[in-house]
Design a binder for this molecule. Structure first.
Ligand code: UDP
Length: 230
């Protein structure tokens, strides 16, 4: 697969449709990992070699956020489009695979499971993202044998959790999916379609949750770092 290197992270040059097609190939044998770095995660990896290595060893690395797509243009190796983790998960949800939802505050994964089951998705188990012991969770996951494990602990916790435990997991695909369960539970609303189409979802999120404006300040720094790296 063609890749675009952004600040040392190799992001796959795929459209959403291509990403879904590649993922379909993961349901044969072995555990596969999918990560969806946004500018914040790529910046985090600049000071965290372990995170950088984990991302670069993944089977699929998708550009979550228009900032990553802009960065690819700056390094003259354009990614075809933004492939948001949330949207990617939504595409897989309706394909008949079974899922285990792991992460977010207590009750959120259960709420997401309830809503998804109501529309016919096979959710085989849930666990909140606040825990002390990996083994208890792994035992539950392995008893339920999902095709897909969503790990929604925020970065870099989810990437490190998946990397630390992937050889003990009886699943086919692990996805580090950030705030996806908050979205699927309905607790956090997705931006209106017009914002998504104009690539302004980040602006909408910052408006409804002003604490996000602070996180947005990282974007110019990210783009400047990308330009300097050329
Ligand atoms: N979270 C968790 N365990 C932790 C820390 C965070 O389950 O120890 C969850 C948190 O409740 C939220 C998600 O991880 O549901 C990360 O959300 P955020 O919006 O920060 O994710 P991102 O913006 O990275 O997608």
């Amino acid at each position: 697969m063609d890749k675009c290197r952004i600040l040392g992270i190799d992001v796959d040059k795929v459209t959403m449709d291509e990403a879904v097609a590649v993922a379909k190939g993961f349901f044969g044998g072995g555990v596969h990992t999918v990560f969806t770095p946004n500018p914040e995660i790529i910046m985090l990896s600049q000071k965290d070699d372990e995170l950088k290595r984990i991302l670069n060893e993944a089977d699929l690395v998708l550009p979550d956020g228009i900032g990553v797509v802009i960065a690819s243009r700056l390094v003259k190796n354009p990614l075809p489009e933004r492939v948001a983790g949330y949207d990617f998960v939504c595409r897989l949800l309706d394909m008949g695979f079974s899922f285990y939802l792991f992460g977010a505050k207590p009750g959120v994964a259960d709420l997401a499971a309830e809503r998804l089951r109501a529309r016919g998705v096979n959710i085989v188990g849930t666990h909140s993202g606040y825990f002390d012991d990996d083994t208890e969770i792994i035992n539950d996951i392995n008893a339920k044998k999902p095709d897909v494990l969503l790990v929604c602990l925020g970065a870099p916790k989810q990437e490190k959790w998946i990397n630390r435990n992937k050889n003990r997991l009886d699943v086919k695909v692990c996805i580090g999916a950030g705030g996806t369960l908050d979205g699927l539970s309905g607790n956090v609303k997705r931006a209106p379609e017009i914002f998504i189409r104009l690539n302004l979802e980040w602006l909408y999120r910052a408006i409804i949750r002003p604490s996000r404006f602070i996180r947005l300040a990282a974007l110019p720094k990210f783009l400047i770092s990308v330009l300097k790296s050329k």
